[in-house]
Design a binder for this molecule. Structure first.
Ligand SMILES: NC(=O)C1=CN([C@@H]2O[C@H](COP(=O)(O)OP(=O)(O)OC[C@H]3O[C@@H](n4cnc5c(N)ncnc54)[C@H](OP(=O)(O)O)[C@@H]3O)[C@@H](O)[C@H]2O)C=CC1
Ligand SMILES: O=C1O[C@H](COP(=O)(O)O)[C@@H](O)[C@H](O)[C@H]1O
Length: 489
């Protein structure tokens, strides 16, 4: 991959789909508007739909009109993007049409090619093998794979094996769109761009870590996919574990793919198993019932789905990274749909002062320090410190918790909120895999998650109901309370 040059052609499988219309095409528009796409790079859309170049251009223009605010649109950028487009109808599992597609790729390329599989994962293997059979998957080509890579370890191995028959690992870019988010890269910058945190970043000084990804949305018409997946497989296996890796990993020698991935895989392999023996104490699952979300009455999951289901729409876990740095520190992970707010955050709670010199009311006022890394909806870093409460009190000195707030909000107001795929496309086009996931990471994450899912099944654990608009079942409070902790609300 060291010889990778910027792609001369980007071929998007599933170019007419939901992800393409909502995220991928608008991201390409933004890269075009900022002059970040390589000169002359062509974009070839493909799906089974019989579109011509004009039909695809209309679809692209419509998606940009819908997703990019009018104030950010320019005719010049749109024209620039449309000039790059081409379209070729093909079925990923249809040999004749894949042969025709390969011919088109050959005709359009003028150097490296990036393929993006934005279609159902069962097509990744057949499509990649068809590209190889038709001679367009050799050196100088690479492929981006959308999540999910399978729905358990066995299916992930099958997909990875199948894609590996056509592309070697260093040419495979597995996306986790959380890694493309500005806030997540800021977490990396915070940890490894400041000397302040590293001496404190271990069990010696950290009491607990919380990672919350709360969503207010329900399953939004993706019920068939989601019901087969649930919160554990849909969110925790990938996004939350990637965040955990970035918090817990050792400093990589360099910010480059192998060094970063080598550190992340060590974390995944150090996760203490949660299985049938301890799922009951280390995890909580829930499913939303009818309730109020963002000021309106919303139906429960089963009503949205149209049938009863045992799928969890909420999961909370107490994880442990069993290594020297993190021994004994609980990592609380929780994610769910129809929670009270859209909120993605990492909270690091430091240990209490070892001894209070104050006595009197200050002792009861005392709170541990905390570092909040807020990723969504706004990006913010906040350090909770104790300070003297202003004024006099007969009983003695009083303390209050104050927040040292690094609020990027102003900066955000003045800059555009980026789609994570802008970063991911830019890197994949350039051939930089640092923010993509390696095969062993995906499979280690599945192995850990499979034991949890099997444990729930074996223990007969069913999701507990929680009303939409609440923070999941009450048992999730007990999960952290047991060690004297509390969720940061
Ligand atoms: N939508 C989202 O928010 C997210 C999606 N993803 C992942 O992205 C991928 C795409 O998802 P999404 O866009 O939602 O899916 P959609 O069902 O909306 O789109 C699927 C796309 O694949 C094409 N397609 C279907 N069957 C074939 C086939 N046999 N050969 C070639 N193309 C085919 C469809 O077009 P046509 O019918 O014309 O062939 C369409 O363009 C999936 O892996 C999904 O898990 C990941 C994160 C979020
Ligand atoms: O991958 C997924 O992520 C989204 C949440 O992404 P965000 O960028 O809006 O935080 C989630 O809604 C979806 O179910 C899942 O497949």
């Amino acid at each position: 991959m060291s010889q990778a040059t910027p792609a001369s052609l980007l071929t998007i499988f599933g170019a007419t789909g939901d992800l393409a219309r909502r995220m991928l095409l608008p991201s390409l528009y933004s890269l075009q508007a900022e002059h970040l796409l390589p000169d002359g790079m062509r974009i070839l859309g493909t799906a089974r739909s019989e579109l011509d170049r004009e039909g695809f251009s209309n679809l692209v223009a419509a998606s940009i009109a819908e997703r990019i605010p009018a104030a950010e649109r320019s005719d010049e950028a749109l024209r620039g993007l449309l000039e790059r487009l081409d379209y070729c109808a093909a079925g990923a599992d249809d040999d004749a049409s894949m042969q025709a597609l390969a011919g088109r790729v050959d005709a359009l390329r003028n150097g490296d090619v990036l393929y993006h599989m934005s279609t159902a994962p069962r097509f990744y293997g057949p499509a990649c093998q068809a590209l190889a059979a038709n001679g367009v998957a050799g050196p100088g080509t690479r492929v981006m794979l959308e999540k999910p890579i399978g729905k358990d370890l066995a299916s992930a191995i099958a997909i990875n094996d199948s894609v590996a028959m056509a592309f070697d690992e260093e040419r495979i870019f597995r996306t986790d769109h959380y890694l493309g988010k500005e806030g997540v890269q800021n977490l990396i910058a915070l940890r490894f761009g400041n000397s302040l945190f590293e001496p404190l970043w271990s069990a010696r000084h950290i009491e607990q870590v919380q990672i919350t990804v709360g969503e207010t949305v329900g399953v939004e018409g993706r019920g068939d996919y989601y019901d087969d997946s649930g919160a554990l497989r849909d969110m925790l296996q990938n996004h939350l574990l990637q965040l955990l890796c970035l918090v817990a990993m050792e400093p990589p020698a360099r910010f480059e793919p192998t060094a970063v991935r080598n550190e992340k895989i060590k974390v995944l392999r150090s996760l203490r198993p949660i299985d049938r023996g301890n799922v009951g104490t280390e995890s909580v699952i829930g499913q939303y019932t009818a309730g109020a979300s963002e000021g309106r009455v919303v139906p429960g999951y089963a009503e949205e789905l149209g049938r009863a289901s045992r799928t969890e729409t909420f999961v909370a876990l107490r994880a442990h990274v069993d290594n020297w740095r993190w021994s004994g520190v609980p990592f609380y992970l929780r994610t769910g749909k129809r929670l009270p707010s859209r909120s993605t955050e990492i909270y690091i709670q430091f240990r209490k002062v070892p001894y209070s010199i104050f006595g009197g009311p200050a002792d009861t006022d005392m709170r541990p320090n905390g570092l909040l890394i807020k990723l969504q909806p706004e990006e913010r870093i906040e350090l909770d410190l104790m300070s003297k409460t202003p004024g006099l009190d007969r009983a003695g000195l009083r303390l209050s918790q104050v927040a040292l707030d690094l609020d990027f909000h102003e900066e955000f107001l003045n800059s555009r909120k980026r789609i994570a795929y802008e970063r991911l496309y830019l890197d994949a086009i350039e051939g930089n895999g640092t923010l993509f996931v390696r095969r062993d990471e995906t499979e280690a994450a599945w192995q850990w998650v499979d034991a949890i899912a099997d444990g729930w099944r074996d223990a007969g654990m069913l999701p507990k109901p929680y009303p939409a608009g609440t923070w999941g079942p009450g048992a999730s409070v007990s999960l952290v309370d047991r060690l004297g902790h509390g969720w940061r609300e």
